[in-house]
Design a protein around this ligand. Structure first.
Ligand code: C2E
Ligand code: CA
Ligand code: CA
Length: 741
């Protein structure tokens, strides 16, 4: 699940990242466009300032030129009467339409005439700055002033009048600032307007657009950035152009551009509300917004879609991993998860592992669909027998498992037996009866809490149950674990044991019943670990399982060859020796080759050997044995059937296979209770039959005088048993041989 979450998180992260990148690209694009637009606007506004400035300059220069022209004329009539002068000015002004015109004498007394004919005479205005300036001989334009006769704001143009090179006064003209206002209110560009300010920031001419007439300085407006204000100050002082952002009295953000007017210290400030940018930017903004919204929506849909797909595939995968496709019950994976939860909360559980004996055979005999049906049936049986807070699962093939809440071994055994009995009632075929046997390994869950280890232990117990004929339910316990440990130790040591020559070959003599003399011996292996002799019963079954026995048998064969070679050299009777051969050798390609090369190495004839194979192998695979015995016979070996009578012996075997010797098992000879007489008859018959087939009979495990008498009486050929001698080491056996010399 965490994996899926991670997957989903990753895809969401990826999609979100793509989304964010696209949105950022969108925003950047938009910002770029709006920046470009803003720059363009600034450039336009700069042009606008230029335009305003040119218009105003033209106006001022024009007015000045008119005045200067008139001043030149008046200079020629220096002594003209003041009232006549005003008549002339009034008349002239009809063409010029100044608000007022007038003459200022050198004392600063003004004689003025309004455009409507009103006259003001001999008014001393010598204190006015522009008057002082013009009387010094300079043409001037005043700042905006409050008109003393009307409520208008005015500007005064004044030029000196010279007569014969000497200033005799000044000519002045008054104009309402409305003349400039009308210019700067004329929108040069959309909603633009302008103000005229002085270098110190004082506003010279307002537009009526700014109703806030209380605003007397440009520094009173609210600048968006304090830096702009500072820059404005320095730029004004240095007569430089620039721009700034501010918020007007209506709260609208505006862009302003200022540049010198070249009239007095006037500066034109062109203003445009930034809102006009909106009109150009709105379509872009809409497109950008549309894009971003689309991207986000598409991405969201993508996330939903991807999450859905991942969840779906996860569910499908989870089902595959967690539920067995055939039976629909938990898989081992799911079982483990659930089992761990249960085990964390409660105690007194046992884990069982169950499988069917020879399930492969069932599949072969009845077909796979029948095998599958059986598995489905077992799942149903488990379901029926499982209580609350218990679990069950199927892993591969016919392997089932369950977690049972049972701590009493007897009760648990009973429950398992019920399950097994229930499974056994299944009919694989309506006509053919097949008894279904199941095996079960059990592991109580006590201190060990690691489920994997517990499962391993249950599996070991199950394996044991399969191998043991006497019981089908095996509990994993100390005994089993000790044995397993022993097996491990043996397996760890077996290779080095060969190198270290720890395996010793003992010899048990074979005696002729008729003569009582040694006629041969059986080689029997022992494992001498530091003087501690381990009997073959302990390690041979383990080697049979892991295949090491083939190596050991060849080792024994080689050792016996060595003995024979030595005995021959010492001139002892040329006896033959029985060596045990595991059935596994018969399936090895190089078996015959190995035998031959060992014989060749010691220069010993195959005739000196009687190879013992156990009865069980014969039952197992008659064809292979027949073929192999033929090859061995061809080489000169004799073959002995070992352990006859210990298993499912059949007299038929004697007939169908070519044996030279028959070794009757110790168990076969032993007193088996009630029917002693019957037993004796069987042995008698076997010996007789063997004799008829020219097979030598050997009685193994002869321990009593009584047995010797009986076996001699029925004509048994050879004896091997403690009555005569136990298996012994080679030097001891050599002494026996010495005696027979
Ligand atoms: P086996 O081949 O049937 O060997 C005879 C076993 O009976 C030997 O046990 C022997 O010591 C024992 N025996 C002989 N006479 C008497 C008697 O009078 N009374 C009793 N109680 N026992 C007697 P051992 O040596 O312990 O060998 C056990 C089994 O181990 C052998 O049974 C054989 O199957 C296997 N084995 C021993 N050596 C080898 C070997 O080199 N290769 C293979 N493949 N198996 C071997
Ligand atoms: Ca034997
Ligand atoms: Ca035997």
């Amino acid at each position: 699940m965490s994996n899926t979450k991670k997957q989903i998180r990753q895809s969401i992260l990826f999609v979100s990242a793509v989304c964010v990148i696209l949105v950022i690209v969108c925003i950047c694009g938009f910002l770029r466009i709006s920046n470009d637009q803003r720059k363009q606007l600034e450039e336009h506004l700069e042009d606008t300032s230029e335009l305003y400035s040119n218009t105003i300059q033209r106006q001022v220069v024009g007015d000045m030129e008119i005045l200067q022209g008139m001043a030149a004329l008046l200079g020629e009539q220096a002594n003209i009467d003041k009232s006549i002068l005003l008549d002339i000015l009034e008349q002239e002004n009809n063409q010029n339409r100044f608000m007022r015109m007038g003459f200022i004498d050198m004392l600063g007394n003004a004689f003025l005439v309004d455009i409507n004919g009103e006259r003001y005479e001999n008014i001393n205005i010598s204190h006015e700055y522009h008057v002082q300036e013009v009387l010094k001989g300079n043409a001037v334009l005043s700042d905006s002033l409050q008109d003393r006769y009307t409520d208008k704001t005015i500007v005064v143009y004044a030029v000196p009048i010279f007569s014969d090179g000497k200033q005799i006064g000044a000519l002045c003209a008054v104009n309402s600032t409305d003349v400039f206002s009308s210019i700067i209110e004329q929108p040069a560009m959309q909603e633009s307007y302008a103000n005229i300010i002085k270098q110190n920031g004082d506003i010279v001419i307002h537009t009526t657009k700014i109703n806030n007439s209380s605003l007397t300085s440009v520094y009173d407006i609210s600048f968006d950035r304090e830096d702009d204000k500072d820059l404005l100050k320095t730029n004004l002082a240095e007569n430089k152009a620039g721009s700034f952002h501010f918020t007007n009295v209506e709260g609208a953000p505006c862009l302003a551009h200022y540049t010198s007017l070249d009239i007095n210290d006037w500066v034109i400030v062109s203003i445009i509300p930034e809102s006009i940018l909106d009109s150009t930017l709105t379509p872009f903004r809409k497109i950008a917004f549309f894009f971003m919204a689309s991207i986000v929506i598409i991405m969201l849909l993508l996330i939903v879609f991807v999450t859905h797909i991942i969840m779906r595939s996860h569910e499908a995968l989870e089902h595959l991993v967690y539920f067995d496709s055939l039976t629909g019950i938990y898989t081992k994976t799911k079982f483990s998860i659930m089992a761990n939860r249960l085990l964390n909360h409660d105690q007194g559980y046992a884990l069982i592992k169950l499988d069917i004996a020879d399930f492969k055979v069932i599949n072969q005999l009845f077909g796979f669909p029948s095998g599958d049906a059986l598995l489905v049936y077992i799942a149903a049986v488990l379901k029926e027998h499982i209580h609350e807070h218990e679990l069950y699962y199927r892993s591969d093939g016919d392997c089932f498992g369950a977690l049972l809440h049972e701590s009493d071994p007897e009760a648990l055994k009973e429950r398992i037996q019920h399950i097994m009995d229930h499974i056994a009632t299944y009919e694989l075929h309506p006509q053919q009866h097949y008894h279904i046997i199941s095996n079960c390994g059990v592991r109580f869950i006590e201190e060990e809490k690691n489920l994997d280890t517990i499962m391993d232990h249950a599996a070991i117990a199950l394996k044991e149950a399969k191998e043991k004929a006497e019981t089908h339910i095996v509990f994993y316990g100390n005994e089993l674990s000790e044995r397993l440990q022993q097996i491990k130790q043996i397996e760890n040591r077996m290779y080095s044991a060969i190198e270290e020559k720890e395996f010793e070959v003992y010899l048990q003599p074979k005696y002729s019943f008729s003569t009582g003399t040694i006629i041969g011996a059986e080689a029997l292996v022992r494992w001498n670990i530091d003087g501690h002799i381990i009997p073959p019963d302990i390690f041979i079954p383990i080697f049979e399982k892991n295949g090491f026995i083939t190596r050991l048998d060849m080792y024994v064969f080689d050792a016996v060859c060595g003995f024979l070679h030595k005995w021959d050299a010492l001139g002892y009777p040329k006896i033959s020796v029985n060596v045990n051969q595991t059935r596994l050798l018969f399936y090895r390609d190089n078996y015959i080759h190995n035998l031959k090369s060992i014989l060749a190495k010691h220069q010993i004839s195959a005739k000196r050997f009687i190879l013992e194979i156990t009865e069980s192998i014969v039952v197992e695979n008659l064809e292979v044995i027949a073929e192999m015995t033929k090859q061995l016979h061809d080489l000169g070996f004799r073959i002995s059937m070992d352990d006859f009578g210990s298993g499912y012996s059949s007299l038929n075997i004697l007939q169908s296979l070519d044996f030279d010797e028959l070794k009757m098992d110790r168990v076969f000879l032993s007193d088996r209770g009630s029917n002693v007489q019957k037993q004796k008859e069987i042995i008698k018959t076997v010996v007789k039959l063997a004799k008829a087939l020219s097979i030598t009979t050997v009685a193994e495990g002869v321990e009593t005088k009584e047995q010797v008498n009986f076996l001699t009486s029925i004509g048994c050929d050879i004896a091997q048993g403690y009555y005569y001698a136990k298996p012994m080491q080679e030097p001891e056996f050599e002494k026996l041989l010495e005696k027979t010399k």
